[in-house]
Design a protein around this ligand. Sequence first.
Ligand code: DAH
Length: 367
Amino acid sequence: MTENTSQQDPKTQVETARKAFEEEFEDFVRLGDYAEVLKLPLVEALLKRKEFEEFCRRYTGKKGTIASLKKLIGQSGPDKRAILGSQVQQLEKWISDRTNQVHYSLSAYIQQSQLERDRIDVTLPGRRPRRGHIHPITRLRERVEDIFVSLGYAIEDDREIETDFYNFDALNIPANHPARASQDTFYTTEGFALRSQTSTVQIHAMQRRGAPLRMIAPGRVFRRDTPDPTHNPMFFQVEGLCVDRGITMAHLKGTVAEFLRRMFGAQTVTRFRPSYFPFTEPSAEFDFSCFKCGGRGCRICKQSGWIELGGSGMVHPNVLRIAGVDPEIYSGFAFGLGIDRMCALMYGLDDIRLLFENDVRFLEQFD
Ligand code: DAH
């Protein structure tokens, strides 16, 4: 509309508005043709629709040209009012007829393209959720458990924070024993410490179940060791205990040897070496023939042909007595072994700490 619009008579104003619309509409008219719209990329179509809507608003919006022309109707004399009214109405209809087609084709095209863009492509490969798996130590522990359960053993689980009584006294560990020293044990509060061996469970189990008894107790133990390739302040052990009438060292040897044969194969040989533990008498450590070289000597067994695995012995009468079992009637054997060390050996790890760092890049190799 030109500047002096308001000075023009209303009829001319309607005509001027129509011309102005027609001129501007030139830019959009081709968009009424769907085939033309199809040539546009979606972003451009969105842009065009925005421009087009602004353009329409200037004519048909609340503050648009048509609205201001309608105001003129009321201001004009009664004789002209009817004519002007119908002229404005015609213009309005004419504009909406012309713009409808453009609105329609742009919107139809945009809707269609967006639908296509968002459509799920069923031929794309799915995103596989990352699946975890059992930690190698847990897997080994479960194998140990399976073997002993099949031999008639129960599985015991017990506390990791212990009193001095279960940690030391009940296990026949004298007051001056180095294991009591604070450089070896993590003390918590007075009279409590993190267990440094699963042997503590022997006492709880005998107190709870009495004799006869066959159990293993896998679990965490804690020692004040500085971490290095073969040490970690927290590691895993499995304790074993068998108490009954007439139990002898032969039962101990037979049980440990059978366990190791099932674990590492029928050809596995076990040997016992005399040793000392406060809670067993006599005591022995046991080794088994290297699962890698069969005893000839290799890197894993450090050329010795044997792998050291744990300690064992006949339960000391003091231990039986303090746990409420009569050593005159019953005898028993016990053993303890480290699972992490076994795990590190089996998987050929040269640093035991890898097992505790929980780095998925390491762990996912053991699926
Ligand atoms: N508790 C011992 C350790 O941590 C291992 C052990 C030795 C357990 C002899 C026993 C046993 O039950 O009888 O080295």
